[in-house]
Design a protein around this ligand. Structure first.
Ligand code: ADP
Ligand code: MG
Length: 193
């Protein structure tokens, strides 16, 4: 398998790459298609499990597992090495707990509108980067699910796939970088376009 990483993606370590389950996949585009089917299954799982609390570690990991369990042996498992993005791997569990507690607090205190709350969760989750791969797609679905739970609706995230190199992906990454600097307007707009 020859992995091709788009800008803003996190390359896999050799041992993570060895966790690829389907043996017939040879190209990145075949992998993207395979992952897409797995992710749809994960989204259906989420719809069936409406009663579970989203804002706990077990759910965050289970959702990732359901989205990637037919693709990666390490689906649902936090990374155990550092990437070009994300917190030190040893800090993931603590930082995630902190993030989820903050979001709960913000919901209770109605600190932000639904969209802003969900988009902030998205940004902070990809910034933590809990998993070896799939963080962008997982954190977008998490934001969608949170928005729905709070009475809002799914985001469009630009209206097309963000997986391959495209102008759309570039503007998504630009809005994330603006959010890195505390400016969420671009990301909010992007998510509803
Ligand atoms: N500067 C940045 N700030 C915050 N998030 C970023 C930044 N650059 C990339 N990301 C996030 O990391 C994701 C890539 O991580 P990756 O684990 O490969 O996810 P996926 O495989 O779903 O694309 C991007 O889709 C984006 O969500
Ligand atoms: Mg990736």
């Amino acid at each position: 398998m020859n992995f091709q990483y788009t800008p803003g993606a996190t390359p896999l370590d050799p041992d993570e790459a060895a966790g690829l389950i389907p043996t017939h996949i040879a190209t990145q585009s075949e992998l993207n298609v395979w992952e897409e089917a797995n992710i749809l299954k994960g989204a259906r799982w989420a719809i069936r499990h409406k009663k579970r609390n989203l804002l706990e570690e077990a759910y965050v990991r289970d959702l990732h597992r359901q989205m990637f369990d037919e693709t990666w042996k390490w689906a649902g498992t936090f990374r155990s090495s550092n990437k070009n993005i994300g917190v030190d791997w040893s800090q993931i569990a603590v930082r995630l707990r902190n993030l989820l507690d903050n979001i709960k607090y913000q919901i209770e205190n109605q600190t932000f509108e639904i969209d802003e709350l969900a988009v902030r969760l998205h940004h902070q989750l990809v910034w933590l980067h809990p998993f070896p791969n799939g963080n962008g797609r997982h954190a977008r679905l998490m934001a969608d699910l949170l928005a729905i739970r709070l009475g809002g609706s799914r985001f469009t995230w630009g209206g097309n796939s963000l997986v391959a190199v495209s102008d759309l992906r570039t503007s998504y990454l630009d809005s994330l970088r603006a959010a890195d600097n505390g400016k969420f307007e671009m990301l909010l707009q992007f998510a509803r376009n």
